[in-house]
Write a protein that binds this ligand. Structure first.
Ligand SMILES: [Zn+2]
Length: 339
């Protein structure tokens, strides 16, 4: 079993947003090469790893892209406006430190319209935010950052209370670490196993669809984060039963798919047989690569294993390391148990 926290640290430092995943792909490839028979990268950038087995094809997909920002406009004082890459909650962003792809760091700040006191927090719009890199003029800023450059959250992963990890991009670099960890346990599987580290999930599950069309799996299982119902101010009718530390979640439904029963049953049976405590997941809003696999070609039996996470898409997502480790064990069992 690989060390999830150390892998997360390595991946977070390198990762770039959807559309430019090559840095995290290289790190993942260096690990994956030890655990598969063959691998290749397709035209879109998906990293596809094959562990040969005699049975039916099973595809696992963990998206390796992360959400981020792209510079759109630099004003005369050197402040940088941006568009989101992937889904952002503006309230999470004020004060967040970010790092451009060339290493230049900055901080997201609100303009006059979004300053506390001039409006309520929920009214903050992304267009009221800018990045301050400390430049003193347009020319100064342009010597460091150009329009079209990507930026990501620059916060470092940390271990916090109760075996929990606080980090940006648990969604979905932690799932990549989990899939790598699972691959290290998939020696001579009975199924024909395809592990895909997909691109551009945050922009609409683009990579997994292309990969599934090429692989033509019998069954597809995504690995991603899911929300929890254990944070404050959730009203009961919007609440989820999933909680941190309760084990990996087996998805039943989210807004992008109804999971196919044979997949849910396969995962539950593997969990029970391996003595892994799991949770039932109905995610109220959000989707995963499972939906792309389900709708590939003539249709694929699809489902997902989820890692419970608080404050998803914030720079301080929190997941439980044991949940992640048990997700890896469950995925390895699902690969090795006949479908
Ligand atoms: Zn995700």
């Amino acid at each position: 079993m690989l060390n999830i926290f150390e892998l997360q640290k390595e991946l977070v430092c390198a990762a770039l947003p959807s559309g430019l995943e090559s840095r995290q792909a290289t790190i993942i490839k260096n690990y994956a090469a030890h655990y598969c028979d063959e691998f290749y990268t397709d035209a879109l950038g998906n990293l596809i790893c094959h562990i040969k087995g005699p049975g039916k094809k099973i595809m696992f997909a963990a998206h390796m892209d992360v959400i981020g920002f792209m510079a759109t406009f630099i004003d005369e004082r050197g402040y940088i406006r941006f568009v989101p890459v992937g889904g952002h909650t503006p309230a999470y962003l004020i004060g967040a430190t970010v790092r451009f792809e060339n290493g230049i760091c900055g901080c997201i700040q609100p303009d006059e319209k979004a300053k506390p006191g001039s409006t309520v927090l929920t009214d903050i719009m992304l267009q009221n935010l800018y990045i301050d890199i400390g430049a003193e003029s347009y020319e100064d800023a342009c010597s460091m950052v150009s329009v079209g450059m990507y930026a990501t959250f620059a916060t470092e992963p940390k271990m916090v209370a109760d075996g929990n990890m606080m980090t940006p991009y648990a969604d979905n670099l932690t799932s990549c670490a989990v899939l790598l960890s699972a691959m290290s346990e998939m020696v001579y599987p009975v199924n024909d196993v395809w592990c895909v580290f997909s691109v551009q999930e945050e922009l609409g599950c683009r990579g997994a669809k292309v990969a599934a069309n090429a692989i033509r799996p019998y069954m597809g299982i995504a690995i991603d984060l899911t929300r929890t119902g254990d944070t404050p101010s959730e009203t009961d009718n919007l609440r989820m039963t999933v909680k941190l530390g309760g084990g990996p979640a087996i998805k039943i439904k989210d807004s992008s798919l109804i999971c196919d029963k044979p997949v849910v049953e396969h995962l539950r049976a593997c969990a029970v047989r391996s003595g892994i405590e799991y949770q039932d997941e109905v995610l109220l809003a959000g989707g995963t690569d499972a939906s792309a696999m389900q709708r590939s070609r003539e249709g694929t039996l699809s489902g997902a294993v989820s890692i419970p996470g608080r404050s998803i898409h914030s720079p301080g997502e929190i997941i439980n390391i044991s949940d992640a480790e048990n997700a890896a064990r469950l995925i390895a069992a699902a690969a090795k148990t006949e479908i």
